[in-house]
Design a protein around this ligand. Structure first.
Ligand code: GLC
Length: 485
């Protein structure tokens, strides 16, 4: 016990090497940036890999991996690179019949030609949905931060938004405001039973719609057409309905669980709305009781007829807090939950992607016996340092927007964040900025982990920036705030 305590406290302890580590990380980061059409346009996914394979695509610019990259460049005022990234993505927005409006998962320039992957080159050949939803969010944050409203108003940007909205806001067989996707359609891009309406996609849809509204509003003064007015009306209504839907069906606390467990089942007809998805109480997992404690809350992973996914997904929950989908008291309930389950979610290497992992027959059936997603590995309960900054920013943003709310909880949360930061600082350089970590405590470098992974490096730099350099910069992530931040 004694040794364990010493080892752990060393991980969390402030280090005198802070400046050196930050400087080195900045140098690595500069090496990740590459050009498209002669101008810097974004970062490769990883600098090096222990698995040398020329078919691997870590040398490409992944849109999702470049989210922290773009935010970091924005805080540094390097607007030209962000603009080039956004423009190249727009140029690559698909025009083919079946995928019209979709943004690519990744792209790269090969011998002067732009090559993009919309899923046709990936393992499993799945089209990612999240890059298309991230694009308007990044574009709005860029316009807000740089003040480049001309770009936001430009026909290219407005056309890109229309194409995207056409893809999302249309009648379907489903009467709900969610976007339906196949398994593997976002950061979790291997089978993990995350098909239907997975939290991360729905929260990103919420952020994307809000950003599209802001970008379209830039044009309202010059464009008084009925078409724009109608698009704005529809987008606002959809955003509202989506939020209500997520808060009603995904948000759980100890209190809501007690209601859910005692609901009637097998209801049909117009007036029976207590259990719309006909969920039997038996599907509620045992671990939920301690996990939620008295005052914790979180958004579950997915709602599907009869089969909700109660797993906790760190990214979807952090984004729901950051985008203000959760109310302020709900955000604090989420922070309490993470604090209470810190040994699971942070452990030795913050932060676990999804909890709990699937094992045994469930793992066989739902992952297709995927050895990369072995229990406690990769997407199936693995630890991803790149996720910490999202959660950390949601704490810091909350603090800034609600400075007097539950001061005790918030000071516990900033201490937690500080310790996680030191834990990264003390371990990541030795572990070569690995992509992910394995095992229940996240101590071991992931079995197939790439090294010098960009979002690990830049995620650390962002946490450092928001904690140490300019805490006010976290306000740029607030989708609410108007221009000038
Ligand atoms: C893996 C991850 C994916 C990431 C990509 C590049 O495929 O699952 O989320 O974008 O690597 O780093």
């Amino acid at each position: 016990m004694g040794t364990r305590f010493t080892e752990e406290s060393q991980r969390f302890r402030p280090s005198s090497k802070e400046d050196q580590v930050v400087q080195k990380a900045q140098e690595h980061f500069e090496r990740t940036l590459i050009s498209i059409q002669g101008q810097l346009a974004g970062s490769v996914a990883a600098l090096e890999s222990s698995y040398a394979d020329s078919e691997l695509n870590y040398g490409e610019i992944f849109v999702r991996d470049n989210v922290p990259v773009m935010i970091y460049l924005l805080v540094q005022g390097r607007f030209a690179i962000v603009k080039q990234f956004l423009k190249v993505c727009l140029d690559l927005q698909s025009t083919s019949v079946q995928t019209r409006g979709v943004f690519p998962t990744s792209f790269v320039e090969e011998e002067g030609n732009l090559v993009a992957d919309y899923g046709q080159r990936s393992i499993g050949r799945i089209t990612s949905v999240d890059p298309s939803l991230w694009w308007p969010i990044l574009c709005w944050i860029y316009v807000k931060r740089s003040g480049d409203t001309d770009f936001g108003r430009s026909p290219e940007v407005q056309r890109g938004i229309q194409l995207l909205l056409d893809l999302v806001l249309h009648p379907s067989f489903e009467g709900t405001p969610v976007l339906f996707v196949p398994d593997c359609a976002f950061m979790i891009d291997r089978p993990m039973d995350v098909w239907g309406a997975p939290l991360e996609v729905e929260v990103l849809l919420y952020g994307a719609l809000r950003s599209c509204v802001e970008l379209m509003e830039l044009c309202q003064r010059h464009d008084t057409s009925a078409l724009l007015a109608e698009r704005l009306r529809l987008s606002r209504k959809w955003t509202h309905d989506l939020r209500q839907f997520l808060l009603k069906h995904y948000w759980v606390t100890s209190k809501t669980m007690q209601v859910l467990r005692r609901r009637p089942t097998e209801q049909y007809g117009d007036n029976q709305h207590q259990n719309e998805f006909n969920v039997q109480p038996q599907v509620i997992p045992d671990w939920l009781q301690d996990w939620l404690q008295d005052r914790g809350g979180y958004l579950i992973g997915n709602i599907r007829t009869g089969r909700p996914d109660f797993r906790f997904y760190s990214l979807g929950n952090s984004l729901a807090s950051m985008f203000g989908l959760l109310t302020a008291p709900q955000q604090r309930a989420l922070f309490r939950l993470v604090h209470h389950n810190r040994d699971h979610l942070m452990a030795q290497m913050p932060m676990r992607i999804c909890h709990p992992p699937m094992a045994g027959v469930e793992w066989e059936n739902k992952t297709g016996s995927d050895p990369k997603n072995w229990p406690w590995s990769y997407h199936n309960g693995g630890h991803w340092p790149s996720l910490l900054w999202f959660f950390g920013s949601s704490i810091l943003l909350h603090e800034r927007l609600h400075p007097n709310a539950d001061v005790l909880l918030m000071s516990e949360m900033t201490t937690l964040l500080d310790e996680c930061y030191w834990s990264h600082l003390n371990q990541l350089p030795r572990q070569q900025w690995a992509e992910y970590f394995d095992g229940p405590t996240g101590t071991w470098v992931g079995q197939q982990s790439r090294t010098f992974q960009t979002w690990t490096i830049v995620g650390f730099l962002l946490t450092h920036h928001f904690l140490r350099v300019n805490p006010d910069d976290v306000l740029m992530l607030n989708l609410d705030a108007g221009l000038g931040r």
